[in-house]
Design a protein around this ligand. Sequence first.
Ligand code: MOS
Length: 686
Amino acid sequence: MTGLLEPRAIGRGLTRRDGPAKVTGTAPYAYEHPVEAPLYCHPVQASIARGRCLRISGVEAEALDGVRALITPFTAERLADTDDAELAVLQDCEIPFRGRVIGLVLAESSETARHAAELVDVEYETDPFAAELIVDDPGLYQPEKVNPNFPTDTSEGDLDTASAVTVDQTYTTAMYHNNPLEPHTTMALWDDGVLTLWDSTQSVHSVRSTVAKTFGLPADRVRVICPYLGGGFGSKGMPHANVVLAALAARTVPGRPVKLALTRQQMFSLAGYRTPTIQRVRLGADRDGRLESLRMDVVEQTSRIKEFAEQTAAPARMMYAARNRSTSHRLARLDVPVPSWMRAPGECPGMFGPEAAMDELAEALGVDPIDLRVRNEPERDPETGLPFSSRHLVECLRTGAERFGWSSRRGGRRDGPWLVGSGVAASVYPAKRMPGSSATIRFGKGRYAVEIGAADLGTGAWTILPQIAADALDVPVDSVDIRIGDTDLPQATVAGGSTGTASWGSAVVAAAEVFRDKYGTDPGDGDEAQAGTPKKPADKQYSMYGFGAQFAEVRVDADTGEVRVSRLHGTFAVGRIVNPVTARSQLLGGMTMGLSMALHENSVLDPRFGHVVNHDLAEYHIATNADVEDLRADWLDETDPHLNPMGSKGIGEIGIVGTAAAIANAVHQATGVRVRDLPITLDKLL
Ligand code: MOS
């Protein structure tokens, strides 16, 4: 790739441009956009896991003052496209999982809508169902592909080789639910043949294309607006049922805006979640710790109505140099809500088993777990044979070890009531950019404006896109304005897969180049240029990933089994850092979420009823400030010339990868107990 930007604004720790609006409460989130006389929606959800509703009575509900309508499968508009069964709500009476929406109340206030929804009377016919993932489910099947488009199974070499040292263990990760602060909300207005959606989304353009298709509308009749959002972690990467419900409701009351906000509890069945996984990992090594074979077999779940096949074994294919390798994925099709994206789908759960197994192998061999990883560092991507565009895992391990003080680590120790231990794990995440974004640069009154329909999850797009534009135009960053989050702006790909900055940034640079070619360095008012992300990334020539090393020190109370993570340090090699302030937040946020996954989060399914019983923030535990002690993220000075003009790699997800394994490995060193089933709760240590 030619033409890396000269970093001037890039690399500066500028604070968030959207910060003042957010902290003063003036940033309009989807639900808060000021409108006249809105109506409010509240979904009615099925209370059985499988079957159908025979009769829905709204007599009591509709008698409430302020109730405008009850929309049911018997009365709802027929959608033009029902291929996506998750989105085809209120189209038939079938119930594929507990929590499926079977009715929608419209009322003058949100309280009335909610009250009325509780009064709706439903008569069901129930069918037998299965909602619990079990390793020997007789219905396990091999999907055609795993996300986004990988083979489900791979096999290379001779897997029956007998090795001097082996590990053969099964690890499990729990079901986890995305819990952004801002719930999934949509405000919809059907006016004059145009549907406007203020939606909390990671991609205004994918909401537009999905809604247009679902309702049979031309895309230019749908506008989606989302300048700010309060997190998503992937759950707002593709539209869920709430968007369709709001649009259905709006179309019954033309000219009147309707608002729909999922409650926290509703988010546990309507907004996606991370599938639980069962991972059998088998490693075989020679006495020097060189891997001879590596096998990973994954069992996970999908829903009856829509396949979501998480690529859990994908990272095992490229991490270490093992001549003989095999991986597989098998899915159980259950009567459960549809799993979806949650921060680092694939890599996050998929680096737990293998990185814990590497620790077990190091112990069996009597070698340092860092040395074991260094001995198995591949020269090329073991799966594709391609060279890495840049791979500094070994440097991350070594530098991180020094910063963490790893060399002083020899066995667990006791400190008063605490058993103290430390652990390490590797981290990885693909560094990609997506084709299909474009950007416009305009000039007027001495200022530049960058326009692109990108989304800022809270991660920094508002701030870093002007930095990129400033360097591409060779102008001061404070002469650059930015507009994002609207389908009236140029097309942008999803804020997902850690591809936002690379994809949108490339489009911004391309537009800046066209602008400079057209107008030189002295543009006039009204000058503008548009360009898209160049089509040819280096995918076919290089294997492209960010890497990292996670170090954890834990203290386990010898009497109660309580685990505290007293130190968690990550060192990453993730290309050039566009903004160290927003980048550090991303990495720390990911690591905190990994700590939370290791010790706290767990969606507890009651197999008798098919629903998650701890479906609120009182009972679904997420790490709080008090759970996080000494947390640090830093990075190596890396610039990858093959990916994009910024030399950057995505950083939104890598922070969560490997964290749980580092903590589990530290817990083992402290206590001698190997917990292979997340989360590590105290009952597993006593
Ligand atoms: Mo991320 S799970 O790709 O938003």
